[in-house]
Design a protein around this ligand. Structure first.
Ligand SMILES: Cc1cc2nc3c(=O)[nH]c(=O)nc-3n(C[C@H](O)[C@H](O)[C@H](O)COP(=O)(O)O)c2cc1C
Length: 484
């Protein structure tokens, strides 16, 4: 990797010309609204907030870290200057080469520059934004990495589970049902034991990506991030919990979640574009120690109505993961997968295949809907032929409108994995939802007789573009005589 930690990443973003520095924005409304402005714009800039009124002027908040193809490429060690579509094959190839590299324990690191323990813990000194106008609190952890140990093995799970400030030494975590962190927590609670937790609030965005993505099953997120970096992630042994904490983190909290201790959490603006999970009681972590660098920077990644940062880089990553999982499940000739931003990269999956046998399209659709990377809170899966560009929603919807006949082309999967964030499920019935699989491929048995598509052949269009493209589309001089 060309950089170390969050501040190294920020320097590289500045070099790319994609950094804006916003001074003097307040935590109540301005940081949140400016973040929405930057994130909601496709490929908008990264923003570093500092000199936040009421806080140490050196403390910062950094947002939209991986909200463009170049910044995502920087975090993943891919070439910058390319578009999402060009990055997909490069990342798919890279994913195949990743070999896990376990983290390396080091004796000391910059995160230990400032240490507060016990009564000295004061979380209120960090500029913690109210990200959306109708949030129920201020969220210190959005681009957070929550570090949780499995009580039954040596597995350390990293997950991005949002973290709300309760008071100067307590925070509240929301973890959706079915997520690894929730399963681990339930094990501790079933034994009536406190769960140790470490939280990194600012770090290399690669760690955030690892923690917020369904990395391949069985692989630890630290090992995966090490594999992507090509070098182990340096970690320290947390003095309170013994958990591995990133040595170059900006801020780390350590403490325990005790069974039975709960506080109201939410509402919070979520990735579906709604405040759908409302307010609930959630487990509370009592923070026993805080470590931070001089002039620490919180990594913020608040969701909002798509498109947003979350839906941009995740379209690349989730599409590649689903493609990979389809292949591993034995679905042949998958040509492309895309999870469009409008669906938050979960609610809509488009898969292109080269049809090989009867039932191939249904097989691809059902597996895309139910594989690890596609299962949680999905809604619609569309399977199309290879001539349809899955990254172009117009093309996908055209295929649905012309190659599917609802009576024949639709399957519904009932009682699938959903959760409190699903806006269409009534609050009293949250948990399950259903999936629509649309087979928008030419019907297999008469695909050869299916009407020809009324567009110029690729070869004719290439010749035409080469000769006329710059003049007709770009205003260049006419290739034949003077323009009239
Ligand atoms: C910005 C952001 C915020 C997220 N917030 C939450 C959250 O509050 N709760 C949750 O369960 N998942 C949340 N997720 C999704 C999880 O991080 C993701 O599903 C991850 O794979 C969970 O890790 P796990 O598979 O080890 O449980 C968030 C993802 C992102 C990118």
């Amino acid at each position: 990797m060309a950089y170390e930690g969050l501040r190294g990443f920020i320097e590289e973003v500045e070099r790319l010309g994609e950094l804006r520095v916003a001074r003097g924005c307040d935590v109540e409304t301005e940081i949140g609204a400016v973040t929405e402005l930057a994130q909601h714009r496709i490929n908008g800039p990264a923003v570093l907030f500092n000199e936040v009124p009421g806080y140490d002027p050196g403390y910062g908040v950094f947002v939209n870290s991986v909200g463009s193809p170049s910044r995502t490429a920087l975090a993943l060690g891919l070439p910058t200057g390319l578009g999402w579509k060009q990055l997909v094959p490069l990342w798919r190839q890279r994913m195949k080469e990743i070999r896990p590299i376990p983290p390396q324990f080091v004796a000391d690191g910059p995160v230990m520059e400032h240490v507060q323990r016990g009564a000295d813990v004061d979380l209120l000194k960090f500029p913690t934004p109210k990200w959306h106008e109708f949030d129920g609190g201020r969220y210190i952890g959005t681009g957070v990495v929550d570090i949780l140990p499995d009580p039954d093995s040596d597995w350390i799970n990293l997950g991005t589970y949002r973290v709300m400030l309760v008071d100067r030494n307590r925070v509240c975590l929301y973890i959706s049902p079915g997520k690894h962190g929730r399963i681990i927590r339930e094990k501790y609670f079933a034994r009536n034991e406190p769960m140790p937790v470490a939280m990194s609030l600012g770090h290399d965005p690669l760690l955030f990506i690892a923690s917020s993505l369904e990395v391949p099953p069985g692989m630890s997120e630290y090992d995966w991030a090490g594999g992507v970096r090509g070098a182990p992630v340096p970690v320290l042994k947390g003095p309170v919990t013994g958990l591995p904490i990133p040595a170059h983190a900006e801020i780390v909290l350590e403490g325990f979640i005790k069974p039975g201790e709960r506080a109201p959490e939410g509402p919070f603006g979520e990735w579906t574009g709604y405040y759908a999970s409302g307010e609930r009681e959630e487990p509370v972590m009592t923070v026993e120690a805080v470590y931070h660098r001089t002039n620490p920077i919180i990594l913020g990644s608040p969701p909002c109505k798509p498109p947003s940062e979350l839906t941009s880089y995740r379209a690349l990553l989730r599409s590649a993961l689903i493609h990979d999982q389809l292949e591993r499940a034995g679905v042949p000739d998958v040509q492309a997968v895309w999870t469009p931003e409008a669906g938050g990269t979960r609610l809509f999956i488009a898969v292109a295949i080269r049809q090989r046998y009867p039932g191939h399209a249904r097989q691809a659709g059902h597996i895309a809907a139910m594989c690890h990377a596609g299962a949680y809170l999905g809604r619609i899966v569309v399977v199309v032929d290879e001539d349809v560009d899955v990254t172009d929603l117009n093309d996908v919807i055209w295929a649905v409108c012309t190659r599917s006949d609802p009576e024949q082309s639709i399957d519904i999967i009932k009682r699938a994995w959903s959760g409190p964030l699903d806006p269409i499920i009534h609050p009293s019935r949250k948990g399950f939802n259903s999936r629509l699989i649309i087979d928008a491929c030419r019907p297999f048995e008469w695909r050869q007789e299916f009407p020809r598509v009324a567009e110029a052949s690729a070869e004719l269009m290439e010749r035409t573009r080469a000769k006329w493209g710059d003049y007709i589309l770009g205003g260049a001089p006419s290739p034949v005589g003077a323009a009239r």
